[in-house]
Design a protein around this ligand. Sequence first.
Ligand code: ZN
Length: 245
Amino acid sequence: MVARHDLTTDPGLQAQLLQARRGTAFFARKLNELTDAQLDGDSLLPGWSRRHIAAHIGYNARAIARLIEWAATGVETPMYPSVAVRDEEIEFGATLSPIALRNLFDHSAVHLSVEWRDLPDDAWHHTVRTVQGRDVPASETVWMRSREVWVHAVDLDNGATFADIPEPVLERLLKDITGAWHTRGTDKGLQVRVTDSDLTFGDPDAAVVITGPLPAVVQWATGRGTHGVGADGTAGQVPAAPKWI
Ligand code: ZN
């Protein structure tokens, strides 16, 4: 059956779907503002041009759509056969003509949106596996996509900033990132304090405290520079954030 609106009746999930689709529209806007020649320019990610970012976001939508098909049918279809294949696919995608690259982004985004729309309520609980090997409910794919489109829109480096990213997305990102540090034990002696809200993460007895407004702190935590953040306990030097991914 083909629905004209999302089949899920879960209000939390509906809100997350809206956030992911808004992020996709935001990424689309930034991508469309770039001329074909500008696609050849550098992104904010070392070694990646804007073409790599666009290809990655396109293939990411396809990969996440495979997880939704898995959740819908029960037939296991991984995101990618392997991390190496994922990386090769991005390298290949970056060589596509500008029109093909833009089509890849557009078509894959629409396809994913339709897969989400037509997934029945009960199937959102079905377990699928991320490329990192994590077993998650299909509902987690909405956040996986949201964070990709919002953050990589900034990486296109044509005017988007972390201040453009909605607060709930920034908060969840910071929770994810500091959680990953904690799991790996790389946050020892480090605390993160958001000055424009009540958020504090990390070691309560930390010698080093990173402070700043939410967008600046998240930008720092994702490894994208120290602009707008301060540090206590380091004689003014802001240390690099521990690795996130
Ligand atoms: Zn990514």
